[in-house]
Design a protein around this ligand. Structure first.
Ligand SMILES: O=C(CO)[C@H](O)[C@H](O)COP(=O)(O)O
Length: 225
């Protein structure tokens, strides 16, 4: 099976976690896109969605699925999203698609986080995938120095094919920290959150996934945390 077929399989399996008549939080990325396409088939069963990025909102609207502003929503049954890495305890690195801040915000409102990922994303220790940190642009250099002091090699994410900084939906910039071996994900998440100028870190450890649907050649495995 290809990686895309594994992503498609978990996206399909995630439909079982959609709660009828409720608002569903929707993540960002290629796996989330497969989920959106599946959600479109049952869109009449849900009240609507909250999107974790402008790209996701556009895809949802393209399918005729209602998208609510998070400020209009008081309860969300579930948040469904991919991950760049996930451990056997449900801690994740997210933000490869630069949507980490809104993903964290939307996930924080949902009752349950369902992670959908192909099997390559399951790791013993987080950190092989560069850890994304969203920052206020004027704090970039100062935050980079403090991230370097934590042991990684911070690199400013650039807009593809340019020397310009990548700018997020929030007007922030992304620093990718390479070369970390994250043995204490909750501790590192807390430390990075305390750096002035950081908007959010793509470590989802203190509040990780509740369920992971993992795509493997033997079928979709369900991990619960
Ligand atoms: O965190 C994310 C976007 O900010 C994505 O969930 C993560 O990058 C995984 O992406 P994909 O499903 O394309 O492998």
């Amino acid at each position: 099976m290809t990686q895309d077929e594994l992503k498609q399989a978990v996206a399909r399996a995630a439909i079982d976690y959609v709660v009828d008549g409720e608002i569903i939080g929707v993540g960002t990325g290629s796996t989330a896109n497969f989920f959106i396409d599946e959600l479109a088939k049952i869109k009449d069963r849900i009240k609507g969605t909250v999107a974790s990025s402008e790209a996701t909102a556009a895809r949802l609207r393209g399918h005729g699925i209602p998208v609510f502003d998070l400020n209009e929503v008081t309860s969300m049954a579930v948040y469904i999203d991919g991950a760049d890495e996930i451990t056997s305890t449900g801690a994740m690195i997210k933000g490869g698609g630069a949507a980490l801040t809104r993903e964290k915000i939307v996930a924080s409102v949902a009752k349950k986080f369902v992670c959908i990922a192909d099997g390559s994303k399951l790791v013993e220790t987080l950190g092989k995938f560069p850890l994304p940190v969203e920052v206020i642009p004027m704090a970039r250099a100062s935050v980079m120095r403090q991230l370097a002091a934590l042991g990684g090699e911070p690199r400013l994410r650039l807009k593809a094919g340019t020397q310009d900084a990548y700018i997020t939906d929030n007007g922030g910039e992304i620093i990718d920290v390479v070369g970390l071996s994250i043995t204490d994900p909750i501790g590192l998440e807390e430390k990075i959150n305390q750096i002035v100028g950081v908007i959010a870190v793509g470590l989802f450890a203190k509040a990780g996934a509740n369920v992971c649907l993992l795509g493997t050649p033997e079928g979709v495995k369900t991990l619960t945390f």
